[in-house]
Design a protein around this ligand. Structure first.
Ligand code: BYC
Length: 308
């Protein structure tokens, strides 16, 4: 059997491709791109919520939010490790992000204006992330699929803590409920954009699905998310800001309005409300942390020398 045939046989048999297996260059580069973007999203994604740690309304909420934001850092670390198994170094990936040559999820380029935004991010953004990531636990590349199992469990806690914040706000004063509605109005459409362009405009979906990197298409995942979220909004007594949203009994799904794709591409290309701030903050943190990385490396070298 040639390496190519063995690769295809593993894919066909639903077995995992491991780092030491032969793989087509396109498979490797697609995974590096997607896993690196995913890792960058987790790390940049700490910023919108980190912005509220000092202003959380109670000690209890502060402790929960700190744990969540730390989890996102952990997700970034698992994912950079998974990318490294494909033969890239994480500092190379950081460099590409800092130079604006790598993408991260569009969703993190919107500002968090009120405490209700923290509830909405947990509910919608983590909810969308789980919808997408559950399929990635079945990704054909072993290290990525395994990282996703743990990440999904943590995202599930994140989603519940967000929804619980929304429940408290919605059973609170009229002002609190209005704050929750305002946050939903601002985050609904960007959350739908997280799933990427329509399948017809998606560059990578077809090939990624053949390789079983992606198992479900962008539009199918978006539909799953809408179907799951509408009853949750109804339970809260909130209105989803889409006049075209309605149950379609023939399809057995909700129909919904068209996403503003100009806005999506503007944000992806770096011109969203917060792109510049997010990247500047990230580069600054990397530079200010240089001494920590150097000290850790020197300590590890000293320990290794002693052991030898
Ligand atoms: N934003 O061919 P397509 C989290 C790009 S973080 C920006 O459909 P693909 C959390 C796409 O990269 C979890 N760019 O691509 C953290 C491609 O660009 P290039 C984040 C986007 O890869 C903190 C082009 O558009 N989750 O949960 O087949 C706090 C064409 O798209 C976006 C992940 O990263 C976007 N929204 O499918 C709270 C999941 N969408 O490179 C929560 C892993 C598309 O060709 N990623 N693009 O120039 C994926 O599953 C897939 O990469 C996507 C896109 C479904 C996102």
């Amino acid at each position: 059997m040639t390496p190519e045939e063995r690769f295809q046989a593993l894919i066909d048999a639903e077995e995992k491709i491991e780092p030491t297996d032969w793989m087509p260059e396109g498979y490797r580069s697609t995974l590096i791109r997607q896993i690196a973007q995913h890792a960058h999203s987790e790390v940049i994604g700490m910023q919108p919520e980190g912005n509220w740690i000092t202003r959380a309304p109670s000690l209890h909420r502060k402790a929960i939010l700190m744990a969540k934001v730390q989890d996102e850092a952990g997700h970034g670390l698992y994912l950079y490790s998974a990318a490294e198994t494909l033969g890239v170094r994480r500092d190379e990936l950081q460099e590409l992000l800092h130079q604006g040559k790598h993408k991260y999820s569009s969703i993190f380029n919107y500002p968090t204006l009120s405490w209700a935004d923290i509830g909405t991010i947990g509910w919608l953004v983590d909810g969308a992330a789980i919808t997408n990531q559950v399929m990635l636990t079945r990704c054909s590349y072993g290290p990525y699929a395994r990282a996703m199992v743990r990440i999904c469990k943590e995202e599930s806690f994140h989603q519940r803590q967000g929804y619980e914040i929304m429940m408290r706000l919605c059973e609170g004063t009229p002002e609190q409920k209005a704050m929750a509605q305002d946050a939903l109005n601002r985050w609904w459409w960007p959350s739908l954009m997280m799933f990427g362009p329509h399948d017809t405009d998606s560059t990578h979906t077809e090939q990624s699905m053949e390789w079983k990197i992606k198992r479900v298409s962008n539009d199918e995942l978006r539909q799953q998310f809408v179907d799951m979220t509408v009853p949750q909004a109804e339970y809260l007594g909130l209105t989803i800001p889409d006049p075209e949203l309605r149950w379609n009994p023939e399809r057995g799904h909700y129909d919904f309005g068209e996403i503003d794709w100009d806005e999506f591409w503007r944000v992806v290309k770096g011109f969203g409300p917060m792109n510049r701030d997010r990247l500047a903050h990230k580069v600054n943190a990397w530079e200010e942390g240089a001494w920590v990385r150097e000290a850790a490396a020197a300590h590890a070298a000293k320990k290794a020398a002693r052991a030898a």
